[in-house]
Design a protein around this ligand. Structure first.
Ligand SMILES: [Fe+2]
Length: 251
């Protein structure tokens, strides 16, 4: 099965559009969306409409989605993120508000686990260190684990050794091969496809990935999109200028 894996759309319709075109060209059969559909960007309703229409969709909420529907308090959001949350609350259709209200930040199936940030603290923890991967691994029943939230395309896995060190691999556009168990299932690995709508790795192109569950591969793709169009809409909406500017730099 080919899965289109994406996260942190953040209401960026231009970026979402090129990602969904890539998935269609790649022949993906199912979609895994890892949360933060809204927040920061200018098109929350249109992005939700497109994602809700995807076939074979598994989707979880991120911290911004939860904050918009009042399921997470705003204390630890910075002033820019908070301003975007308040603005987004005014934009959502009743159907899209209901859709977001029904999501959780973690989802387990027999084939994989989805968590926006991490299994132990799905809406908030940024999975970025070896220690965090080691601490979260016992909470995962079905590998691979797919995460978002950090906006960085990364893979975590155990290397050979005793005790096994953790490899953290920055994912460029080469094909990453997932670890296997002796029985042929997937071994422990956490995979982050990067962010569709607000990359933070100094590459402003939209980021997403295709997971091939038969071949056991995960391939990140970077896609140019019309950044000035998104920025113009953010300015017209009165969203913070800082949020528009950072799209220029992928930061
Ligand atoms: Fe995010």
């Amino acid at each position: 099965m080919l899965y289109g894996v994406f996260s942190d759309v953040h209401s960026n319709l231009e970026a979402l559009g090129v990602v969904l075109e890539h998935f269609a060209r790649s022949g993906v059969e199912a979609h895994l969306c890892l949360g933060d559909l809204v927040g920061y960007g200018p098109d929350p309703d249109a992005c939700l409409d497109r994602v809700r229409g995807l076939k074979n969709l598994s989707v979880i909420a991120g911290n911004h989605d939860l904050a918009v529907v009042g399921h997470l308090d705003l204390d630890w959001f910075n002033q820019y993120a908070r301003a975007a949350v308040y603005w987004t609350r005014e934009q959502l259709s009743p159907e899209n508000r209901r859709f977001l209200s029904g999501l959780t930040a973690r989802l387990e199936t027999k084939d994989f686990t989805l968590a926006h940030g991490s299994p132990r603290n799905p809406p908030e923890e940024y999975l970025l260190s070896a220690a965090q991967f080691r601490d979260n691994a016992p909470l995962v029943r079905a590998w691979p684990l797919f995460v978002g939230h950090s906006h960085m395309p990364l893979m975590f896995r155990f290397a050979a050794g005793d005790p096994a060190p953790v490899d953290i691999v920055f994912l460029g556009e080469e094909t990453a091969v997932l670890p296997r168990t002796p029985e042929g299932g997937f071994g422990p690995a956490a995979l982050n496809p990067g962010s569709v709508g607000q990359p933070r790795d100094q590459d402003r192109r939209a980021s997403c990935a295709v997971f091939d569950s038969e071949a056991g591969t995960f391939r990140v793709q970077r896609l140019a999109y019309d950044v000035p169009a998104t920025q113009a809409k953010m300015r017209a909406a009165g969203l913070p200028e800082y949020l528009a500017l950072r799209l220029d730099y992928g930061q």
